[in-house]
Design a protein around this ligand. Structure first.
Ligand code: GLC
Ligand code: GLC
Length: 831
């Protein structure tokens, strides 16, 4: 069944049934204050860092899964004449009270969610969003009385505060149950645990409306043994005005609303975060009371409905501007809505959150991944080039002098994470790819000269360009017995741990390396190296460093030869050599005979595109035919086949998962676009788009009960054919799948690609598409592109502003011209 539908014109997904198979969530915030919000108003908020500055508490592993959030309760204080009892209460977002609401709808939009319903003739709509430029979230509640008589309602709003460090909050009770502190002043609840000592920040929860009371102690509000579904204060219709000392501080407001028949009324709630200067924390200075001079004007501003409306309009305009950079109109609705709205949006969310906070990432774990964030950048650099620049410099500053890189860093401190460390040998190469993407998009070569430290050590600064050189060097300094790159702890596949040999339960497969790492090699890294070396050669050439360009090209060619000699298995690219130099991903293997990653990355690097032996066609074509034969399922392309049926000490985590899940032959969606791109590179538009559709979330909306995750964003994984739940998605939102699918569809299938010389238009689209149009803002110039199929194949006949242009790159127009019309005849015209 379907749980909702796309509202394309409003750029919203409308969920019409609250009990979706999993929480279907959205993100609030685009700068520093962020929140996750589910379709029943569940989720939590934080400032910059989901672990270190958690504002509201959330319990993972909860039952039901989606409990705890931004809860509102409505209560009939006087019995309506037309039946029903006094004291009846409900939650307009369904959770936590879970009544049978009428007209329930959750509209997830770009940076906001609107949750509405009607119950007992009272309509309630709440718009949740974070205004640009401020560190708070707004819940704008509009109540409408559809009864034929007046309604006397109570509104209760509630959040549970987190004691800032989400990990400590969830574990360190012997301390935490004694430190909770609040202040309540002028209908504002201030959460200030630890403010008395080293923290300069606090949270606030404010409301407009006729304030009738408050609670700040959870057990008082809920009642002993009470749950969120039946808080004691709501049941009795009156707050207790409890002041938290220790235990579990919450913020709850009680507001009374009287509504004439047909009447409507708005109540605004604000939940926010504020930092005071260290020397102006207290007022009076010798007290432990918060100095509220800085925060009060902010609260006052957003309690005014006009200002809230204006902030909402500004947010919409912000997203319209971002998305306007690239818009398409194709014959396929699923392509359009993902490219124009949802995929781009998801790319921005991965930019902001990396892999930190979702309903599958706990927000206390992984921070910003070096490999992940560099790839994410490919999907958003065109929308926020200035922020992409900053991100590249932050990432590069966690690189080590060896050229290696910290695998992760913490977003608040921007420091590499020592617990995980380095030695994922693919990591540094991704930096070359992100920088190349930035340069092609912006033409801003100055970034290459930026001094960037290693390991954030002052004094170690070198130009970014040097960092890129060291990235390549890092691989070349670590070659194995076949001249292929050593894999280290893992390559892109975090679970291919060829040096770990772990037999200790619970030990981290990634950090428990027990071998010297001098033998196991990765064909994937070899392919990635060739790709990165060719990108660096192009950068060097663009800077006029012809000799260096030659050097990198020669290194790439040498590695390519190595791959052809030692990385080709007969019908496909090998995956690796293990610690005993046995093949991984070879026909010689019993299990794990063919892997997708090396097919994808080697072809992206240009390996095996020409030549080919014994009338079999180029190796790339053979590899893709093997993918089709062995790895493709109706739900996407699995990582490898056959799945590992048991745990193999010498392979590591990959064989720890039950067959068909995650890295053990799951459909790891991140890798599917590599194959789409590879198919586009060899000119197979039908095949490329077919693979695109298999994992396209909008196209999978029709099988929501199987897919289960949100139909508007990609999930990291879909269970593979060996899994009993084949087709079921998991780990939605924070995945490199977002950026890579965006790249695959926009740059390779639709073929609109930034290059140093201008915007390239080289579509490889399905043969039955009559054409498509696109608008792409590139280096300040709006390209209005019309592609029209004139015959079979992918030949491009280009004209710009009516003038034929050789090749497929639109030259940059003279300075001052801000728009070009690009006409493409696609295919070979007959006769
Ligand atoms: C996770 C990681 C990513 C890795 C992938 C495959 O998505 O975030 O870095 O490449 O798994 O193991
Ligand atoms: C687990 C996951 C993998 C992730 C890794 C690193 O191994 O299977 O996807 O990349 O953890 O956190």
């Amino acid at each position: 069944m379907r749980y909702g539908h796309f509202d394309d014109s409003r750029r919203e997904y409308v969920i019409t049934q609250p009990d979706t198979p999993l929480p279907w969530i959205n993100y609030l915030g685009s700068e520093a204050y962020f929140g996750l919000i589910s379709n029943t108003a569940g989720g939590y908020s934080f400032y910059r860092d989901a672990r270190l500055r958690r504002i509201t508490r959330y319990r993972y592993n909860n039952v039901p899964l989606d409990s705890g959030g931004r809860y509102l309760y409505l209560r009939d204080d006087a019995p309506p004449a037309e039946g029903g009892d006094e004291g009846a209460f409900w939650s307009p977002s369904w959770q936590p009270a879970r009544h049978d609401l009428e007209d329930y709808a959750c509209r997830h939009g770009l940076g906001y969610s609107i949750i509405g319903s009607t119950y007992r003739g009272i309509e309630a709509q709440t718009r949740y969003f974070v205004p640009l430029g401020d560190n708070l979230e707004i819940w704008q509640l509009t109540l409408t009385n559809h009864r034929s008589e007046a309604a006397h309602l109570s509104v209760f709003a509630c959040v549970e505060f987190c004691l800032w460090d989400a990990w400590d909050d969830a574990t360190n009770y012997q301390r935490n149950l004694s430190i909770g502190e609040v202040e309540v002043e002028d209908a504002v609840i201030y959460h200030k645990s630890e403010y008395r000592e080293r923290r300069n920040h606090f949270a606030f929860f404010a409301c407009s409306g006729e304030w009738a009371g408050f609670d700040t102690q959870r057990d008082v509000f809920l009642g002993l043994y009470g749950g969120w579904d039946k808080p004691a204060a709501v049941e009795r219709g009156r707050s207790f005005n409890s002041v938290a000392h220790g235990w579990a501080p919450i913020g709850s407001h009680h507001v009374r609303v009287a509504l004439e028949p047909g009447g409507t009324h708005q109540v605004v709630f604000l939940l926010g975060y504020h930092e005071n200067p260290a020397d102006r924390k207290f007022d009076p200075p010798t007290s432990s009371l918060i100095d509220k001079a800085g925060v009060k004007p902010i609260i006052a501003r957003y309690l005014e409905p006009e200002n809230v409306d204006a902030a909402f309009r500004a947010l919409r305009a912000y997203w319209d501007d971002l998305l306007a950079v690239f818009q398409v109109d194709t014959p396929d609705v699923h392509t359009d809505r993902m490219v124009n709205v949802w995929n781009a949006y998801q790319c921005m969310v991965t930019f902001n959150l990396s892999r930190s906070a979702s309903f599958f990432e706990s927000g206390v774990g992984r921070g910003m991944g070096f490999r992940d964030s560099n790839q994410d950048l490919l999907g958003f650099v065109h929308m926020v080039p200035a922020r992409a620049r900053r991100r590249i410099l932050d990432l590069a500053a966690t690189q080590l002098e060896s050229g290696g890189a910290y695998h992760q860093y913490q977003p608040l401190t921007k420091r590499g994470n020592d617990a995980v460390g380095a030695n994922f040998n693919d990591d540094p190469l991704w930096l070359v790819l992100s920088v190349a993407a930035y340069l092609k998009e912006t033409g801003d070569g100055s970034i290459l000269d930026e001094p960037v430290p290693y390991d954030n050590q002052p004094g170690s600064e070198q130009p970014l360009y040097e960092h890129l050189q060291r990235s390549l060097r890092y691989t070349l300094d670590r070659l194995g017995p076949h001249g292929l790159p050593l894999i280290g702890r893992a390559d892109w596949n975090d679970c291919l741990n060829l040096n770990t040999f772990s037999s200790t339960p619970g030990e981290s497969f990634q950090t428990a390396t027990s071998k010297d790492g001098e033998t196991a090699e990765s064909v994937f890294i070899a392919g990635l190296f060739v790709l990165a070396a060719r990108e660096l050669a192009a950068i060097a050439r663009w800077r006029g460093l012809e000799e260096e360009a030659h050097t990198y090209e020669a290194e790439a060619a040498r590695m390519e030869t190595g791959v052809l000699e030692h990385g080709w298995d007969g019908d496909w690219f090998l995956r690796a050599y293990d610690d005993s130099s046995r093949k991984v991903g070879s026909r010689e293997c019993q299990e794990g005979r063919i892997f997708v990653e090396s097919q994808g990355i080697c072809i992206l690097a240009g390996i095996g595109l020409d030549g080919g032996a014994e009338g079999k066609g180029p190796l790339a074509e053979q590899a893709l035919a093997s993918v089709r034969e062995h790895l493709v399922t109706p739900h996407g392309i699995v990582l490898h086949q056959p799945a590992y049926s048991r745990y193999y000490l010498h392979l590591g985590e990959i064989s720890s998962y039950p067959p068909g899940y995650k890295e053990n032959a799951g459909i790891f969606c991140h890798t599917n676009p590599w194959i789409m791109i590879a198919e586009a590179i060899v000119g197979h538009g039908d095949q490329a788009h077919d693979y695109y559709m298999r994992i396209n979330p909008s196209a999978r909306e029709a099988i929501a009960d199987l897919h289960r995750c949100e139909p508007y964003v990609y999930a990291q994984m879909i269970a593979g054919r060996d899994a009993p739940t084949h087709g079921e998605a998991k780990n939605s939102w924070l995945t490199g799948t977002a950026a890579w699918n965006y790249v695959a569809i926009s740059q390779w299938i639709l073929g609109i690609r930034p290059t140093y010389a201008g915007l390239q238009v080289a579509p490889v689209v399905p043969s039955n598409w009559p054409g498509f149009t696109a608008t792409r803002v590139f280096r300040g110039v709006t390209h209005r592109i019309t592609v029209e199929r004139v015959g079979e194949g992918n030949d491009v006949c280009l004209s710009v502003d009516g003038v034929p242009v050789p090749g497929d790159i639109v030259p940059l127009p003279p300075k001052g011209q801000t728009e070009v019309r690009v006409q493409v005849g696609l295919g070979r015209a007959q006769g």
